[in-house]
Design a protein around this ligand. Structure first.
Ligand SMILES: Nc1ncnc2c1ncn2[C@@H]1O[C@H](COP(=O)(O)OP(=O)(O)O)[C@@H](O)[C@H]1O
Ligand SMILES: [Mg+2]
Length: 231
């Protein structure tokens, strides 16, 4: 459903991504892993449309996304939860959700209720300012906001970073629930190995701007972990 082929990205003349190719099949959860600074976020930005690839292609259900601006890609079904969450701290939870609907020109139509069912705490805190929520609650808000755009694929950048274990479990359960419903595929950038082992179907590992290992999650053995993931 999502296919990246030979993506190359440079910042100020230095090459950051060197021929990245990866696929997210329908109904699956793919983990993109790797140490800090190897190019995981840049890979996601090339899908979302926030950086330009010099060559290669990004296809969603066979249609080329390269050259399209981020808002058009979002409307075609790319849902993005950025690293650090990026919610509006001075807006309430409800306003944060509503903005997403306005930006995407979609009507609420009971969707808000459906999404809030996944995250009961947000329902309770609809009138609180985003900025006073805990990190885990902000992460739930960011995921809920992305789901409201009705994505075909949900892309998350390190959703467990700096978050309490019980909320990590809740986020994991939610991703599994979304996957099980079968309408949304998931691409997850994650450094927390156990989380990937719990929720993932397949993995890709990046090192210095390139994919260096890939396979079914059950093939992620100690040797690969030691070589490419441990610091
Ligand atoms: N806007 C930018 N300008 C210049 N260099 C950048 C920029 N963003 C990221 N980089 C560099 O690109 C490399 C990959 O970064 P990133 O994709 O954020 O890695 P990761 O998400 O795997 O930690 C790093 O060396 C980083 O310093
Ligand atoms: Mg990153």
């Amino acid at each position: 459903m999502l296919n990246l082929s030979n993506i190359n990205v440079s910042y100020d003349g230095s090459r950051i991504l060197r021929g990245v190719s990866l696929s997210v099949p329908e109904k699956s959860l793919v983990c993109l892993m790797g140490r800090n600074g190897v190019g995981k976020t840049t890979t996601l930005k090339s899908i979302v449309g926030l950086v330009k690839s010099d060559l290669g292609s990004v296809k969603l259900d066979g249609a080329e996304l390269i050259g399209l601006p981020p808002d058009v890609r979002a409307r075609k079904g790319i849902g993005f939860v950025p690293q650090g969450r990026d919610i509006f701290p001075h807006l309430t939870v409800w306003e944060n959700l509503k903005i997403s609907l306005v930006v995407h020109g979609t009507k609420a139509n009971g969707q808000v209720d459906r999404v809030l069912e996944l995250f009961p705490i947000l329902k309770e805190f609809l009138q609180r300012k985003g900025g006073v929520l805990s990190g885990g609650q902000q992460q739930q808000l960011a995921i809920a906001r992305a789901l409201l755009t009705n994505p075909k694929i949900l892309i998350l950048d390190e959703p467990t970073e700096g978050i309490q274990p019980n909320i990590i479990d809740l986020i994991g359960d939610t991703l599994l629930k979304i996957k099980k419903e079968g309408k949304i595929s998931i691409l997850l950038v994650e450094q927390y190995l156990d989380f990937c082992l719990t929720v993932g179907d397949t993995f890709y590992i990046m090192d210095r701007g390139a994919v260096v290992a890939e396979g079914p999650i059950a093939h992620l053995n100690d040797e690969i972990v030691k070589k490419h993931l441990t610091v």
